[in-house]
Structure formats: structure tokens, C-alpha cells
Write a protein that binds this ligand. Structure first.
Ligand code: NAD
Length: 524
């Protein structure tokens, strides 16, 4: 049964994926309503952009305090609609947002401050250059369900602090976390037109893309990302695309097997494996392969599964049955092609409709779907390698490039390998945690997306660089304007030599030949 059903009165009905109990319903915004939301945002934005950065930061400070005070209430909403354990709602959602707020409070003023641009060319020395980050206007944000609070919150707060208004379309499976964000920001003093949440499903998302927004930040699957990129291209709408991943974990021969196996189990099963940064492929040096597998199996057996509201639970359900069927298909395909099933491997209907047992597969190959497609479920597929070069080649043999990890007791060796892996982030001796480092840019290469969120690069995505140039001698005509002639030709030739020739004599001769240009009298 689907967790969501469109009803006659155009409502989306949200169900708890662990129990199928109704969480609530939210309206499906029509094209006209989305258009109206964008227009209201557009009308409110110029005043917000003109407000001082300290006025904008004051809203953020109030928001931070409200979120701290209401953390358990918000965590309950996240868990009710996504199914994840309450502890994860706090650690991977609310904590991430609070850290991002702190980053913005500490760094937004300096990153967004206009920057002087010095000129090297002597002909341009009498100009004053200034680089100003201009807010786009209205940023459209489209979000997935797997991190229903942290993803839209960090993107929204970054857009707002840069002087933009936001129209946010959350996933139809998890709209209430975004509505909580909107409520908290309203309580923190934000003009309600500056953040509008338009609930709805895929068509509402495509209407937002076509609505006249000035930039889009889309987070979701590669398939939808491609559709979104096509419609954005039709009107040259700038986009950030945060898409899927198939993150490799490389465990070198000198790694601590106990630590690395704990990381693999947490990295593959956290949020029931439904994290863009999940460990989706694990490569282990052959000398520690069996020991590593045994440790993973033992640790997997100790995990407790159930509804996320139960504080003893490590793993919640998957979001819906479609996701569960993908996981089943990957496991069946892997086993039929020779993989060994060491743990799990089946759905657990006795717990609820969307539960799948955490699964360890050994001896997988790159011919199997589980090593090529994003699984987005609690599967840890493991294979061995013999050399560092082979491990790097395996890690790079993927259409994705979101993140990766290298495990070793030699940091230098780990960092050297990290440089050779094609991914937006490579962690040495950790997994997933990069998403909780607000200074670190988040985003991928290849099919994993375009652009960055988080950190300095995330802030810079929310403004376009405007260069303002002021001439310090407004009463002086420029030497390179009309009024050319043979002498000017010689002068320019000399000037090029003076600036760029490697030969000192030629440079000096060039300087002498070009001085006449300063005395040109026949400028138009
Ligand atoms: P999805 O692509 O199905 O949906 C994402 C959002 O797009 C939803 O709000 C949906 O309603 C909307 N949408 C659907 N069709 C649309 C269309 N034609 N035009 C505009 N919007 C449309 O993805 P999902 O299942 O919600 O999320 C899971 C995916 O998201 C996984 O692939 C995961 O890796 C990825 N993800 C990536 C990151 C990242 O930062 N790179 C983070 C989280 C999730």
C-alpha cells in the first residue's frame, strides 16, 4: 500500500511508513496557487534584500533558539512522516540545521561582504573594482523525503540570509517537516511571504520549475533531476542539482577492522540505507576480507528494528513499498549472479509493510545491479581487492560521484588515494559525517549533480557576482578610444611588449614606444 494517496479534493494524505497510521493531510497546490506564491515572494524580496545583514541574522538567531526549545516536537514530526529513529531525527536533522545556522551567523557577513578587485594591468589602475553578491530574487527549492527537515532547512536559510525569498516544494511524502520550518521562521519574525511552502507532488514540482523563479535548488533522484534540468534549460533557469549517489568505501590492508566494520554497518544502514551518502559499495583488501565480513555480520545481528518512535530501535522502515521492491530486486539479482547472502536479505512484514532486514552481501561484482544502481536501502554489498590501484579503479567505475571514504591507519596514504577518487567529498576514516560539517561544500560530480549546498560554496550559489567598476578620473577620455592612426598602432604594439614580453630589453623598448599614447591629442 502506498504511504500517500491523492484524494478527490486535491489533498495529499501522509502516512507513517512504520505503521501506516495517518499523519495528516496537506493541500496539493495548483499551478495558479504556485504562481501566486512566487509573485508574493517576488514582491516581498527587494525590501528583505535591502535590509542590513544584521537584521537578517537577527531572524536566524531567534530561529536557532526556537529550534533548540522545540527540538523534540520537531523530531517527533520528522519521525512520524519519515519513519527514522528519533535519535537520528535529532542527530542527522536538527543538529545539522543548528550547525548550519551557526555557520551562517559566523560567516555569512564576511562571505557576502562586497569585495575590492585590484587590477594588475597599469592601464586599468585608475579604476576601482567591486564585486557584489546580488541575490537572485526568488529561489525555488524542491526537496526529497529522506532528510525532510535538514535538506530544505539548510537550503532555505542559506537562500534567505543572502537576501532571497524562497518558495519551497517539499516531498509529497514528508510535507510537515517543511511546514514546521515555515512555522518556526514565522515565529522568529520572518515576513511570511519570504518563505512559502507549496505542498504537492511531482506536477507541483514541475509547475514551480516553470513558474518564473530565478534559480532552482533541486534535491532528488537522477531521473527527476534530468527532467528538471530539461525544463530549466528551456528558459535558461540556473540550477543546483543534488542527486543520487553510490558511495564507495575502500578499506585498505592497514585499516582498523573493528572501527571500519562499525562504520560500514552504520554507513549502510543508518536511516534504513536511505541516505544519498550511504555506503552503497564496500571494497575490502583481501588480507582482511573475511575478518571484516565476519565483524559486519556480527554487528548487523545486534541491530534492533522497529518504529522510529521506540528509542531502543536502530533501524526504522523504508519510506514505501516501491523502495522496498527495489531493494528486493537488487538482492535477488545479486544472489542469482553468485553473491553470498551473509545476513538479512528479506522483508519483515511482521514488523510492518515497509521493513527490510539489514543485509550483508559478499563477493558482489560490478555486473550486479546492487553495485551499479542506487539501492537506497539497508544493503551492504562487499567485495575484495588486491591493490590500491584496483580499489581506486573500482571506486571510479560508477556513473555517480557524490562521496566516498578511504579507511587506513596512514592518513597520508588515505589522502593520496582520496585525490584519485572522482567524488565531491572523500572522507578518510569516516562516512556520511561530511553532511554535518557546515563548512564543507556538499554536492557531487557526474550523475550526482551540479553545484553545491553548504559552506562558502553553498552561500555563493545563492547570489550572482555583479562587478561594479568606477573610474577615478571621470573627466579623462581613455587612451584606447577612437582616434586611431599609425602612431597609435606602434604605441599599442610597444605596450603589449612592455606588459608581456619575456625579454627585458624588449620590454623596456616597448615601454619607450608606448609612452606616446599618453600624449594622444586626437581622441574623439
Ligand atoms: P524524487 O526525484 O522522486 O523526488 C524529489 C522531489 O522532486 C519531490 O519533492 C518530488 O515531488 C519532486 N518531483 C517529482 N517529479 C518532479 C518533476 N517532474 N519536476 C519537479 N519536481 C518533481 O526523489 P525522492 O525519492 O524524493 O528522493 C530520493 C533521491 O534523492 C535519491 O536518489 C537520493 O540519493 C536523492 N538525494 C540526494 C541528496 C543529495 O544531497 N545529493 C540528498 C537527499 C536525497
Amino acid at each position: 500500500m502506498n504511504a500517500i494517496a491523492a484524494e478527490a479534493q486535491a489533498q495529499i494524505v501522509v502516512r507513517n511508513p512504520a505503521t501506516q497510521e495517518g499523519v495528516g493531510s496537506a493541500p496539493v497546490f495548483s499551478e495558479r496557487e504556485i504562481q501566486a506564491a512566487v509573485e508574493r515572494a517576488r514582491a516581498a524580496q527587494p525590501c528583505w534584500a535591502r535590509a542590513s545583514i544584521s537584521a537578517r541574522l537577527a531572524v536566524l538567531r531567534s530561529f536557532r533558539q526556537l529550534l533548540v526549545e522545540q527540538k523534540n516536537k520537531i523530531a517527533a514530526v520528522i519521525t512520524a512522516e519519515s519513519g527514522k529513529p528519533l535519535a537520528e531525527a535529532l542527530s542527522t536533522e536538527i543538529l545539522v540545521v543548528l550547525d548550519a545556522v551557526q555557520f551562517l551567523l559566523n560567516n555569512a557577513p564576511s562571505i557576502l561582504r562586497p569585495e575590492r578587485v585590484p587590477h594588475a594591468n597599469p592601464a586599468m589602475k585608475l579604476k576601482r573594482g567591486l564585486l557584489v553578491g546580488q541575490p537572485y530574487g526568488v529561489i525555488g527549492i524542491i526537496s526529497p523525503w529522506n532528510y525532510p527537515f535538514s535538506l530544505p532547512s539548510v537550503q532555505t536559510l542559506t537562500a534567505l540570509i543572502s537576501g532571497n525569498a524562497v518558495v519551497l516544494k517539499p516531498s509529497e511524502l514528508t510535507p510537515f517537516s517543511s511546514l514546521e520550518l515555515q512555522r518556526l521562521l514565522g515565529e522568529a519574525g520572518l515576513d511570511r511571504d519570504l518563505l512559502q511552502v507549496v505542498t504537492g507532488d511531482g506536477p507541483a514540482g514541475s509547475e514551480l520549475v516553470a513558474s518564473g523563479i530565478d534559480k532552482l535548488v533541486f534535491t532528488g533522484s537522477v531521473a527527476t533531476g534530468k527532467k528538471v534540468a530539461q525544463s530549466a534549460a528551456a528558459r535558461l533557469l540556473p540550477v543546483v542539482l543534488e542527486l543520487g549517489g553510490k558511495d564507495p568505501m575502500i578499506v585498505l590492508d592497514d585499516a582498523d577492522v573493528d572501527v571500519a566494520s562499525s562504520a560500514a554497518v552504520w554507513g549502510a544502514f543508518m536511516n534504513a540505507g536511505q541516505t544519498c551518502l550511504s555506503v552503497e559499495r564496500c571494497y575490502v583488501h583481501q588480507s582482511i576480507y573475511n575478518e571484516f565480513l565476519q565483524a559486519c555480520v556480527e554487528k548487523t545481528a545486534r541491530l534492533r528494528q522497529g518504529p522510529g518512535t521506540d528509542s531502543k530501535v536502530d533501524l526504522g522502515p523504508m519510506i514505501h513499498d516501491r523502495q522496498l521492491r527495489t531493494v528486493e530486486r537488487h538482492v535477488e539479482d545479486a544472489i542469482s549472479r553468485g553473491a553470498r547472502l551473509l545476513a538479512g536479505g528479506k522483508a519483515l512484514p511482521q514488523l510492518g509493510p515497509n521493513f527490510f532486514a539489514p543485509t550483508v552481501l559478499a563477493d558482489v561484482t560490478h555486473e550486479m545491479a546492487v553495485m551499479r544502481e542506487e539501492t537506497f536501502g539497508p544493503i551492504l554489498p562487499v567485495r575484495s581487492f588486491q591493490t590500491d590501484d584496483e580499489a581506486v579503479a573500482l571506486a571510479n567505475d560508477s556513473e555517480f560521484g557524490l562521496a566516498a571514504s578511504v579507511w587506513t591507519s596512514n592518513r597520508g596514504r588515505g589522502e593520496a588515494l582520496a585525490r584519485r577518487i572522482n567524488a565531491g567529498t572523500v572522507m578518510v576514516n569516516d562516512v556520511i559525517a561530511c553532511f554535518g560539517i557546515s563548512e564543507a561544500p556538499h554536492g557531487g560530480v557526474k550523475a550526482s549533480g551540479i553545484g553545491r549546498t553548504h559552506g562558502r560554496y553553498g552561500l555563493e550559489e545563492m547570489v550572482w557576482p555583479k562587478y561594479i567598476d568606477s573610474d577615478r578620473l571621470p573627466g579623462m577620455k581613455k587612451l584606447w578610444w577612437y582616434g586611431y592612426g599609425p602612431a597609435f598602432h606602434t604605441q599599442m604594439s610597444g605596450f603589449v611588449d612592455f606588459l608581456f614580453d619575456r625579454n627585458l630589453i624588449k620590454r623596456m623598448r616597448g615601454a619607450a614606444n608606448s609612452t606616446g599614447s599618453f600624449l594622444r591629442r586626437k581622441l574623439l
